[in-house]
Design a protein. Structure first.
Length: 341
């Protein structure tokens, strides 16, 4: 009986250990708040966590405010026309067809409105497209139907595929992230400018992250670029936003924004997990053996001081002529020189 209890205890312990092993973090950051996620019945934008997204939300509010004012103005005009110019109030209609002041007004006012909108929208558009000096570069490649990512500075490559509903808990995601979470997430540090390069491997895709204000097409044979700087730590979800085939709706994007320290820890794990390099450690590693070898060898003796240059030796007399050879003719005297005695 005692042996059976021991066996049962070992079995339960093994099962519990296996469950804990599955739920253990595999290297990616866990316990992050879900910020950029759709909400059931939501009608507003997802929370903005980048400078560009804040500007886009403000511009959207301004344009919608102008639209609301125009709609209300038109409704008021229609009401006035219905009340004043009906058959009961005015059985005989007016015969005029033009009004210069009104025609000038309805021409200039829309022009002014468009200039007002453009003066705010164009700077935001340029800010979105002009990439500032970046701290990190990530290349995203769209495939049918998943995303591949590359961190060029460390040559880290991995694919991100949609998670089955049964696997969400083991990867640390709640049930509401079904069809949004991927097995491998893009990890970025908060407060750092990320340069995003996007291309396609087969057909046109689109990398879209609403909370970042980023939506850029992934075109085969072309490299598009964008950028973002995340302000808050958390998990953000996006999707492919270009119809790309049968499983277009099963091509999600998951980004985890973490502290710089957590990012460095993840990068070290990713290099070991996916393969890659640590270029910043290569110079130090190259200097360490050299320094050790220099310490092991005795110090070299200083080079002696350079000696002054020796005087050029006097010219040697000409060699005597060989036996039987005719003596060489004496050199001709220089013009004006006295003959030798």
């Amino acid at each position: 009986m005692k042996i059976n209890r021991i066996g049962i205890g070992l079995g339960l312990g093994s099962a519990l250990f296996a469950t804990m092993a599955v739920a253990q973090p595999a290297g990616e950051p866990r316990d992050l708040p879900l910020i950029g996620i759709p909400t059931p019945g939501g009608i507003n934008y997802q929370p903005a966590v980048t400078e560009v997204a804040h500007d886009m939300h403000w511009l959207s509010g301004m344009v919608h405010g102008i639209m609301l004012a125009i709609v209300l103005f038109v409704i008021v005009l229609i009401g006035i026309v219905i009340v004043r110019f009906n058959k009961k109030r005015q059985p005989v209609p007016e015969r005029w067809t033009h009004n210069t002041r009104i025609e000038i007004a309805w021409t200039l006012i829309p022009v002014v409105i468009l200039i007002l909108i453009g003066s705010f929208s164009l700077p935001i558009l340029f800010k979105q497209l002009e990439v500032p000096p970046s701290d990190l570069t990530i290349k995203a490649t769209g495939n049918q139907w998943y995303w591949s990512y590359n961190y060029p500075a460390n040559d880290v490559n991995f694919d991100a595929l949609i998670l089955d509903q049964a696997d969400l808990a083991s990867y640390g995601y709640p049930p509401e992230t079904h069809l949004l979470a991927t097995d491998n997430a893009v990890v970025v540090p908060v407060g750092k400018i990320v340069h995003l390069l996007v291309t396609g491997a087969d057909v046109i895709h689109s990398w879209a992250m609403p909370s970042f204000g980023v939506k850029i097409d992934a075109v085969p044979g072309r490299l598009n670029e964008s950028w973002f700087r995340v302000e808050k730590e958390g998990v953000y979800f996006g999707q492919c936003s270009e119809l790309c085939g049968r499983n277009h709706s099963f091509m999600p994007i998951t980004v985890k924004a973490v502290s710089p320290e957590a990012y460095d820890a993840w990068l070290n794990w990713a290099i070991d997990e996916y393969g890659g390099t640590r270029p910043e450690a290569t110079p130090a590693a190259a200097e360490a053996p050299a320094g050790g070898a220099a310490a092991a060898e005795p110090p070299a003796t200083p080079a002696p001081a350079a000696e002054p240059p020796a005087a050029a030796p006097a010219a040697e007399p000409p060699a005597p002529p060989a036996p039987g050879a005719e003596p060489a003719a004496p050199p001709a005297p220089a013009p004006g020189a006295a003959p030798a005695n």
